[in-house]
Design a protein around this ligand. Structure first.
Ligand code: PLV
Length: 309
């Protein structure tokens, strides 16, 4: 069973105009769970289910858990999602509405993850990680196959990085289809820059905390595979401020009439703010989406960023 959809791929007149360069959008915000996560999570859960694992235990900032809950409902598996306190109440409800049990543990994702791992050690349970698994990367790589299907080789690809699952999937896909020369821009917010830290150090680094509003990018340490790709693949690490990520969400809402989280706003901000020199004939932005956003939540973030300044 394939649980994700082929997402729309559109050229953005408004963003191209600002960037002064053709910008195309891979609209994974329109996936059934509101983010790209279902690509990899769908494949991972399907394989686990086929092996006879019928209870998925997942730690998540929100979107991975939402995708596991969706996959569990479609496959007929039990799902427990452990989220940190920072995951908004309305997002917990969305996950629960998919039939999953939701538990709140810890103040950041790492703490929720420790609880999930302990729980998953019980018999009959299967740990479903949010970004560190080859099945996730393989599933996320289908995004690149869809670009191949429409014959669009990007000049570069822009992705947001949390734990690095999306980044690993996109790079794996580019390599597999023979597009290993397409540079990737990996974007984080300043208060969640675990990939930038690892890339600079050349090894895994655990950053002290997550201070960004982009909680979906809030892995204090990226996966090992992301560090390996950072050494062998043409990738540039970029950082934007929370203000830039949030403003990008607001601009994107006006430009394309779709709400996305600041995690996704980070990738969009890199283009809106012209954070890099455009290469090749087009820039493709992965609009990774995020379901943990409402108009009211955007206003709350706006006040938080304003106060922090
Ligand atoms: N979010 C993870 C990790 O959170 C989660 O549990 O949902 N954009 C959005 C909207 C996301 O939800 C995420 C991951 C990312 C980008 C980054 O993806 P990654 O982790 O594969 O780099 C703590």
């Amino acid at each position: 069973m394939v649980l994700h959809i082929n997402s729309p791929f559109i050229d953005s007149m408004s963003i191209s105009d600002i960037a002064g360069h053709p910008v195309w959008l891979k609209m994974d915000a329109l996936q059934p769970t509101g983010s790209f996560k279902i690509r990899g999570v769908g494949l991972m859960c399907q394989r686990a289910f086929d092996r006879g694992e019928k209870h998925f235990v997942c730690s998540s900032g929100g979107n991975a858990g939402h995708a596991v809950a969706f996959a569990g409902r479609k496959l007929g598996a039990r799902v427990t999602v452990i989220v940190p306190e920072t995951t908004p109440e309305f997002m917990r409800k969305k996950i629960a509405a998919q039939g999953a049990e939701v538990r709140v543990e810890g103040s950041v994702w790492d703490e929720a993850d420790q609880v999930a791992r302990a729980l998953a050690a019980e018999p009959g349970c299967c740990y479903a990680p949010p970004f560190d698994h080859p099945d996730l990367w393989e599933g996320h790589s289908t995004l690149v196959d869809e670009l191949v299907a429409v014959g669009h080789k990007p000049g570069s690809i822009v992705v947001a990085v949390g734990g690095g699952g999306l980044f690993c999937g996109v790079v794996e896909g580019l390599q597999r289809v023979g597009w290993g020369d397409v540079p990737v821009f990996a974007v984080e917010t300043e208060g969640a820059a675990s990939f930038a830290a690892a890339k600079e150090a050349g090894e895994l680094v655990t950053i002290p905390g997550i201070t960004s509003i982009a909680k979906s990018l809030g892995a204090r340490r990226v996966c090992q595979k992301a560090v390996e790709w950072a050494k062998s693949y043409p990738v540039t690490s970029l950082q934007v401020t929370d203000r830039q990520a949030l403003d990008a969400c607001l601009k994107f809402c006006d430009d394309h009439r779709i709400l996305v989280e600041p995690a996704c706003g980070a990738a969009l901000a890199a283009v809106y703010e012209k954070s890099f020199e455009a290469v090749g004939e087009s820039t493709v932005v992965v609009v990774c989406g995020g379901a943990a956003v409402t108009r009211a939540q955007l206003e709350t973030w706006d006040q938080m960023v304003e106060k922090a300044q």
